[in-house]
Design a protein around this ligand. Sequence first.
Ligand code: HEM
Length: 464
Amino acid sequence: MKLSSTLSVTVALLATFVILVLSSIVWLPSRQKQLNLPPGPWGWPVFGSLGFLAGALLPHCALAALAARHGPLMHLRLGSFHAVVVSSAEAARLVLKTHDLTFADRPLTSFGKIIVYGYKGILETPNGPYWRMAWKLCATELLSVRRVESFEHVRTEEMRALVHGLSECAGAIMPLRERLLSHRMRNTLRMYEAFAVTGTVSNLGEWVPWLGWLDVQGFVRRMKRVHELFKQFFKQILNEHEKDYRKSHDARASAEFVARDLVDVLLRLVEEGDDMLEEQEARLTRDGVKAFIHDIMIGGMKNTAVTIERWVTERDLPDLPYSDALVKETIRLHPASPIMFPHRAREDTVVGGYDIPAGMRVLVNAWAMARNPASWPDALDAFRPERFLAGGSAEGVDVRGAHFQLLPFGSGHRMCPAYNLALKEVAAPLANLVHGFTWRLPDGVPLVTVPKCRLPAYLYATVD
Ligand code: HEM
């Protein structure tokens, strides 16, 4: 009896496997023939071109190498999904500007489902009422110019702590990147890097969902572990804030609550939520708050890590073109997300003469775009900030989504809503690292630096 049931399960599994293999061999190509898809490499049954992403090259480099052969708008079958890879400024303009609304969707991912409370954040949330509510919240509350300015003192404190910490290591060899992240953030980020960065394109279960239950690479297992850690962390943050909120509310019965940080702002919005409701499913809940904190924290963390003797402040930045050029050149050569978080076509469309059917995933390869000789004619692999200065080959090229050869924050509907904050967070500390220290790379030791203070000692204290 036991043997026969085991046999029937095995037969059922085998049958499913054969059907799926046959469907990928027979059905897909015949459907493809009717469509004029962008050019791309031939794909294996079941796995398509996933093999290209599993080699020694990093996924963005492997895709860039393929695009050099097949073109800047390239079609791939990755497991059970069709994807189009964008690798040039012109192709990015078509996708993110001309057809912006069509591609303003996100595919469902296990990352969004497991880590971000069932798509309750912003980044991984599909287009719809909830995403619109989230976006509105970002624009009007969380990341508005007024709000970003109101937290300038927090960023200044962090910057002071950073230069103070660096001054204590002056003369010693140290890995700068580690120093740029606080201790707790460093640990969290390390856990993340294990899967989140490459997980977008390298997770087999993401591309071949019917094999997802096998979790061959252990992505889902690790995501669940990370989610558990985050749950504890968020619970603590929310409890602390709610306690303070209740205390201040009781003390000043009708007085207006003054938000100290973004968590306060979000918790107040959960309370007031019903008033701003247009659609029920767009309601901000406690889980939503946790998902927002997650996206904001990871967005900020993953991506940002004289003669008058004082530190550079955010207000000085418009007068520092070289510092601005340094940020642009660093972001160009080392984009925080070499392949942007995937977009998804909401409807059938034609892009550059090619058919893009609804549901197709879109991978924008920012790394390849930054190395496209058509956009960067002048020593494209060299670190040359001067290209962005007056008279340089990239004079006037900006990072705010209007110049498609340089899209560190994306462009269009799904563009990073925090670019204003992110630029402040990167530019002022970077200017101060250059202004306050002389940097040396110890011979033969990669990825570490030796800082030497170059301003009066009192300036390196954490407070005046
Ligand atoms: C240097 C720092 C940063 C870089 C380079 C960066 C880059 C990006 C990119 C490339 C996207 C995707 C764009 C697209 O899909 O077309 C994005 C989306 C997003 N970023 Fe950032 N980001 C940075 C900092 C931040 C910070 C500090 C936050 C939060 C405070 C943040 C929050 C978000 C959110 C919520 C989205 C999702 C938008 C959506 O899908 O609707 N980012 N970012």
